[in-house]
Design a protein. Structure first.
Ligand SMILES: [Zn+2]
Length: 172
């Protein structure tokens, strides 16, 4: 999956997860950050690291999310206000972890090796070294990547419309 597919899949999942919370700043922040970090594991492409190795597991997502969420949350506690700072820190941690987890899901679904066998990853490290990958389509398949992006955008628009509907109908 390329960045479009990952952005679409993360938009789809995070918009669905945020529907119960309605149209709120913190819910929108969660969606935006999840999408922004949905391609973070592929930053290994610009490093000497082997692609789809160290950055493609829940351990990487949890550590990265904890570090960035703590720093921003701490700054928000100092410069804004305590409760807001804690909430923002937690939201950022969950959103970054969510972005990375959705990336792992995308790479489990998609990706072939040069010999056309599924390109498996070890998404559960450090908890389990099980390798998983179905290679349902090629990671570079533009049609499928665009399809994910379109479905993600439609789901996000549904989240926005439903949120507006709830506000105007007094359901929130
Ligand atoms: Zn990847």
């Amino acid at each position: 999956m390329n960045w479009k597919g990952h952005a679409g899949l993360s938009l789809l999942i995070s918009s669905l997860l945020m529907i119960p919370f309605g149209l709120k700043g913190i819910a929108l922040g969660f969606i935006i950050i999840t999408v922004l970090f949905s391609s973070l594991p592929d930053s290994d492409l610009v490093t000497p690291l082997e692609h789809r190795s160290l950055t493609h597991n829940v351990g990487f997502g949890l550590i990265f999310a904890a570090v960035i969420g703590s720093i921003i949350g701490y700054l928000a506690v100092i410069y804004v206000e305590m409760i807001t700072g804690i909430l923002v820190g937690i939201m950022i941690m969950l959103a970054i972890a969510g972005g990375v987890f959705s990336h792992l899901l995308g790479d489990i679904i998609a990706g072939w090796r040069y010999d056309s066998t599924p390109w498996k990853i070890n998404p559960l490290l450090p908890f389990s070294s099980k390798s998983i990958g179905y290679g349902i389509f090629m990671a570079t398949d533009e049609k499928v990547n665009y399809l994910f992006l379109k479905v993600g955008i439609l789901t996000f628009l549904f989240y926005i419309s439903f949120g507006i509907f709830r506000i105007y109908s007094g359901l929130h």
